[in-house]
Design a protein around this ligand. Structure first.
Ligand code: DC
Length: 232
């Protein structure tokens, strides 16, 4: 069974999806981490410049994702990880540089198709919580349960500012707010798989909810879906 969680920047998707997957005993699949892994690989293995990220070559994508299986994704008790030739590169994927590269490659159809296929391979035959910006709307449009997680702009800006501060990057609230607005604009207006509320998704606004409350709400919704299915 597939559960998708889509939503805008700093809506808490990753934390909630990871926790929901853990509670249900499902695989947690972070699609953003796959985009980040591929961007890192194109930079490290193929020496791509930021400009080349916007027009990646099919052979290079295949080299990273398919043929040589340079990249792999796995989850364990310590969390989700991306490996490059068996070496854990996860901590290198959250830098401002990879933020930028990942958002550049994510605009191209060739990359989106490769990452979508990779997600399907990873989720094949498994129960999974898949999280990202187009999981319920495009990649797993037939998912059993879909959530759209969001929070008001003010709260998302605060969360983003706090996350950046933990990574040692200081931003004023005004700057954080502007960044959030810009990411939202890019995500919702892009031509390919823009961020939308997927058809059939339950919208969860967690502006005033804790992570625990949000996960609890989702577990209850999942349970009532399963009960309904059983009684059909
Ligand atoms: O969620 P994130 O910040 O880790 O995502 C990294 C980048 O990948 C971000 O620029 C948006 C892109 N992305 C996407 O286009 N579609 C997804 N399903 C997930 C991420």
């Amino acid at each position: 069974m597939i559960i998708t969680i889509d939503g805008p920047t700093a809506s808490g998707k990753s934390t909630v999806a990871r926790e929901l997957a853990r509670s249900l005993g499902f695989l947690y699949l972070s699609s953003g981490l796959l985009y980040r892994g591929l961007a890192y690989c194109l930079h490290a293995e193929c020496q791509y410049t930021p400009e080349q990220m916007q027009d990646p070559h099919a052979d290079d994508i295949a080299r990273c994702v398919h043929d040589m299986k340079a990249l792999s994704y796995e989850t364990s008790s310590v969390g989700e990880r991306v490996l490059l030739h068996g070496v854990d590169i996860t901590t290198n994927l959250k830098t401002p540089e990879i933020d930028d590269y990942a958002s550049r490659i994510a605009m191209t159809a060739i990359v989106r198709n490769a990452i979508n296929a990779w997600q399907h391979r990873l989720a094949q035959g498994k129960d999974a919580v898949v999280e990202g910006r187009d999981c319920g709307s495009t990649v797993f449009a037939q998912a059993a349960i879909k959530f759209f997680l969001t929070a008001c702009d003010e709260i998302r800006a605060q969360r983003w500012q706090r996350d950046q501060s933990k990574k040692g990057n200081q931003f004023t609230h005004q700057e954080a707010y502007a960044r959030i607005q810009e990411r939202d604009r890019r995500d919702t207006t892009r031509t390919l798989a823009p961020l939308i509320i997927p058809r059939g998704a339950t919208v969860v606004d967690n502006s005033t909810l804790t992570v625990e409350q949000t996960v609890e709400y989702m577990i209850t919704a999942t349970q009532s879906f399963l009960d309904k299915k059983k009684s059909e």
